[in-house]
Design a protein. Structure first.
Length: 95
């Protein structure tokens, strides 16, 4: 599977240290999946038209940013080093 994905340039970091993705949607956002989840949760809160879903959506977005994204970025820095630092300087975290 890794060979198939690496031939398309779409392989995420694994413990084996495969190549870093820096093409496609990853040229615009370092976390497109988390961005989609955040947009979906905020959209659901908007659709619900109540205060409590907004609180849940905002807490969810904060947890995504402060917990998951930071953890994964640290892992990527350890895995890819200077290449990932250059990527961090070029591509924004969310949009």
């Amino acid at each position: 599977m890794a060979r198939i994905l690496s031939s398309t340039g779409a392989l995420v970091a694994t413990n084996s240290g495969g190549p870093q993705i820096a093409t496609g949607i990853f040229t615009y956002s370092r976390n497109p999946i988390y961005l989609g989840l955040a947009i979906a949760s905020l959209g659901a809160a908007f659709w619900a038209a109540s205060l409590s879903p907004w609180v849940v959506a905002i807490v969810f977005c904060i947890i995504l940013d402060r917990w998951y994204v930071r953890f994964e970025e640290n892992m990527m820095l350890q895995t890819f080093g200077d290449d990932y630092k250059a990527y961090l300087a070029k591509v924004r975290r969310w949009i």
